[in-house]
Design a protein around this ligand. Structure first.
Ligand code: UGA
Length: 435
């Protein structure tokens, strides 16, 4: 099938490459000609494990091309996926900014030729698919099309395996013909017995927000338990394991930490709150989850300050991990970048390291010192803080760190280390909700 992907950002590029791997002819288009040139020259603008090889393979086999030409890309497509960004609006009110989607759809509509399924892949507020249909009908009254909502559930860092082996595929559609096209697109997944949930447009749009909100609330729940553990002298790691072993609860997403970040949970929880508010209904649990997350980040600042004896002024802090999670170069809403600046403002010297996120962080925070290794970051530091659990930070040589540091405070915001072993190495260990 001929498929066009409008928007070659994170979701568009991963989806386009994976659909090409399924055997479809895919055009990934973007109006950013620098990005398209870069891709045409064999570059990959984002870091995602396995993506480069997948793109190269499908380009070489002639199933994946990149283009800036909307007319050519859309005319021959049987399905057009809209995967442009939906950032939080600049007004800071939590609303998703749909300007990019609507502009792309308006531009695309005039080029539709023959029956085409227009697929909303971006995470969008309830009602967007119907708006998209209205815009297309207005811009091109002769167009023969259906709009489908097909939310994506990819995790950064594991996007390709998530796409190839999803827990489910959600198709919001009000046309059997369009549903048939979507099933054909995802046909390879039928062989893996992937469950397909076919539902209305609004339900599909809400499913995505509900799934992300639930996961965000689950993280806030365990972070709150970690705070209670600290207050009563209990260990959250054992607690999470025992609670998560209840099959009804499940162990995943019960890892306490510095608060959730990334391009999805913070934005989607706020957007869901706005959707509820607009419709005059309460979303108190999600609201509390968002508040607990902000409090968790603030609590981490205090945790670091307390571990440094009550003041960070004049102290050197080694920060390991800047991205919001491992295996990505994404810094959006990264906890490290919320927690480090207030410490800097109060006079701390920051020496940081990250396997992928340093260049972009340096543009935002030129006053931090950027180290070439975690050990270099620890040189002369009073405390080391592990923000992001990259694999290369999981088995650090503690004796080597201790030898280069000035102080001996080890703050493990991901509970990666065994506190006893860190203490044996001569450190004061500080975790999240741990003894
Ligand atoms: C999330 C969802 O997991 C995907 O299913 C969804 O498709 C995606 O958002 C999206 O809407 O596009 P992602 O943001 O890539 O994926 O990353 P996650 O692995 O979910 O992690 C999000 C944040 O939660 C990270 O900061 C992570 O460190 C934190 N987290 C996660 C915890 O603090 N504890 C946990 O137990 C799990």
């Amino acid at each position: 099938m001929n498929i066009t992907m409008i928007g070659t950002g994170y979701v568009g590029l991963v989806t386009g490459a994976c659909l090409a791997e399924f055997g479809h002819q895919v055009v990934c288009m973007d109006k950013d000609s620098a990005k398209i040139n870069f891709l045409q020259d064999g570059g990959i603008p984002i870091y995602e494990p396995g993506l480069e090889a997948l793109v190269q393979k499908n380009v070489a086999e002639g199933r994946l091309v990149f283009s800036t030409d909307m007319a050519v890309s859309v005319q021959s497509a049987q399905a057009v996926f809209v995967a442009v960004g939906t950032p939080s609006s600049r007004r800071g009110d939590g609303y998703a900014d749909l300007t990019y989607i609507y502009a792309a759809v308006r531009e695309m509509a005039v080029h539709l030729a023959g029956y085409t399924v227009v697929v909303d892949k971006s995470t969008v507020p309830v009602g967007t698919a119907r708006q998209v249909a209205r815009i297309i009908a207005e811009a091109n009254p002769a167009a023969e099309f259906d709009v489908v909502s097909n939310p994506e559930f990819l995790r950064e860092g594991a996007a390709i395996s998530d796409f190839m082996r999803p827990d489910r595929v959600v198709i919001g559609s009000e046309s059997e013909r369009a549903t048939g096209v979507m099933k054909e697109i995802y046909d390879p997944l039928y062989l893996l017995s992937t469950p397909f949930v076919t539902t209305t447009l609004e339900t599909a749009e809400l499913i995505k927000y509900a799934a992300n909100a639930f996961l965000a609330v689950k993280i806030s729940f365990i972070n709150e338990m970690a705070t209670i553990c600290e207050a009563v002298g209990a260990d959250v790691k054992d607690l999470a394991r025992a609670v998560g072993l209840d099959g009804r609860i499940g162990r995943k997403f019960l890892h306490p930490g510095p608060g959730y970040g990334g391009s999805c949970f913070p934005k989607d929880t706020l957007a869901l709150l706005r959707v509820a508010q607009e419709h005059g209904v309460a979303a108190r649990i999600v609201e509390a989850g968002v508040e607990v997350n902000a409090a968790q980040k603030a609590r981490m600042v205090k945790k670091i300050r307390d571990a440094l004896g009550g003041s960070e002024s004049g102290k050197t802090i080694a920060g390991l991990g800047l991205t919001f999670k491992p295996e990505t170069d994404d810094l959006r809403d990264s906890p490290a970048l919320t927690i480090l600046p207030p410490l800097y403002e109060k006079g701390a010297r920051l020496q940081v390291h990250d396997p992928q996120g340093m260049k972009q962080t340096a543009e935002l925070f030129p006053h931090f010192t950027y180290a070439s290794s975690p050990y270099e970051a620890c040189q002369g530091a009073d405390a080391v803080v592990l923000f992001t659990e990259w694999n290369q930070y999981r088995a650090l040589d503690l004796a080597r760190i201790k030898a280069v540091m000035k102080g001996a405070v080890f703050i493990d915001l991901r509970n990666v280390y065994d506190p006893a072993k860190v203490r044996e190495a001569g450190f004061q260990y500080v975790g999240v909700g741990r003894l």
